[in-house]
Ligand binder design. Sequence first.
Ligand SMILES: [Zn+2]
Length: 291
Amino acid sequence: MNENVIETIAAQILKRIGTGRTDKSHPILIEASARHVHLTTDAIETLFGAGAALGKKRDLSQPGEFLAEQRVKIVTPAGELPNVAVLGPLRKNIQVELSATDCRTLRLNPPVNVSGDLRGAADCFIIGDRGVVDAKGSVIIARAHVHLRPEEAEAFGLAGVAAARVEVKSGRPLVFDNIIVRVSENYAPAVHIDFDEANACMLDANSKAFLLAGRASADASSVTAPSAPERRETSPRVYGERLITEASAREIIASLEGDTVFVGRGTIVTPSASDIFSSARKTVRRDRQGE
Ligand SMILES: [Zn+2]
């Protein structure tokens, strides 16, 4: 499912919800967040040039939050995700929110954290029109959560409760357990899940979500990270720059003696650069020194 579809679904669900409530459960807006990044002032200037600021494309459901005009590419040694959304406003720390599926593709092993909690967060590179940011400790899988104002938390029996359950009635109905409850005067009521979760319940325009009263069955802190990705083979170093792109791969091949390209342990070779090397029948090897 893509972003436009989600946008439409969110609007349609919002219309259907109305204000009706039942005794046992409460309909609530549910939105699927696409993979996205939050940037700092420094990062936006590095990525898009000195003096660059976020342009607003459209507002999001939470007051003050918006989708920016800018897009970035997320890169790791194992893969890249083009055209990734940037959300505003700017923050104090860079935060990259990916799905577990994205993390398999990129061979990252980040924790499932509440937004803002970067403990254990994984590393990636962020590429913009004008530059690259080495975003260490920035990647998390965002924990599903519900935004409520204090009066709604009270009405739903969730005041002071860490986590709740959300039932999605859809083509593949599902009850999400252990949904973090976030309460603030500044919120608009909404459940936020990621694309893996949206696809798991086949969220669409006919889907309805209900916030179930009472506690979640699991502890709010008990989340297990996905299994560790495999380590890559490494060997002696020649090209130690931090990023080898398609263009630099062509330059390397032009001056290369032999069929092996030795790269630094931390050097990122983009998948398009890898393709250039393999079509030129060059083997990329990693430096093992310094480990
Ligand atoms: Zn949210």
